[in-house]
Ligand binder design. Structure first.
Ligand code: SF4
Length: 236
């Protein structure tokens, strides 16, 4: 469907809005809105906003088949705690074994970009074909790549532009921490064990106390993003 959203105007107007107000605007403006979540260390923050604004918003979880068992347990506990009503597991076309047979074992070591393409980007793109917009928990503070994240933008997926909102764009790690404590939200079991950012198990390492939060992702490689957030074609 065709959306008539003045993205630069919305981004400017919502720049200082609360996370609840940004998501509520998206819910009211984008008929088919989804939220993506990794059910990682910070995920309870955005998901608690979803629960307050509208717990029926579809939440998309990319189940790569390579997550920590703790992440899958946390997913179940958090969904129950927040009363989220529509959480969907997105799975790659190839199972982990089938990918190893087709591509060779250890693709995440030899070609992590291709591994992320097969196991994360392709399933997300397929799922987003049914939506006009999506909300993410990306924060500007997380990495240099994310520093320019607009609160509202257009994101090109295939041959379509989707409205993309980042309700937590301005939040710092301290803001997340305060929010989780204030709301009494459960933490990912690995968050207090030295994992400030949590993705697939083979590509996630613990971080020293003074390390950057995403330092443990693809440790020892130049890669810093799986690729699902590497498009900001129209910034206000
Ligand atoms: S994070 Fe690692 S294991 Fe997961 S899809 Fe990307 S390269 Fe593969």
């Amino acid at each position: 469907m065709t959306l008539t959203v003045d993205v630069p105007e919305a981004a400017a107007r919502l720049e200082d809005a609360t996370a609840d107000d940004v998501l509520a605007w998206a819910r009211a403006t984008v008929p088919r809105l989804a939220v993506t979540s990794s059910f990682g260390a910070d995920s309870a923050a955005l998901l608690s906003v979803v629960a307050r604004v509208d717990p029926t918003i579809p939440v998309l979880f990319i189940d790569t088949g390579l997550h920590f068992a703790e992440t899958l347990a946390y997913r179940r506990a958090l969904v129950e705690r927040l009363g989220l009503r529509d959480v969907r597991d997105l799975r790659p076309v190839l199972g982990v074994g089938a990918q190893a047979r087709q591509e060779g074992g250890g693709l995440y070591l030899r070609d992590p970009d291709r591994c992320c393409l097969l196991r994360k980007i392709a399933p997300l793109d397929a799922a987003l074909a049914d939506f006009d917009g999506w909300a993410t928990g990306v924060r500007r503070e997380q990495t240099l790549d994310r520093a320019g994240t607009p609160v509202v933008s257009l994101a090109r997926r295939g041959d379509r532009d989707l409205v993309k909102v980042a309700p937590l764009a301005r939040w710092t790690a301290a803001d997340v921490e305060r929010h989780l404590k204030r709301e009494g939200l459960p933490r990912h079991p690995l968050a207090d064990a030295g994992y400030p950012s949590i993705g697939c198990a083979p590509c996630t390492s613990a971080v020293r106390g003074d390390g950057a939060p995403r330092e443990g992702r693809w440790l020892g490689s130049a890669k810093t993003e799986c690729g699902i957030h590497l498009e900001y074609p129209e910034q206000p």
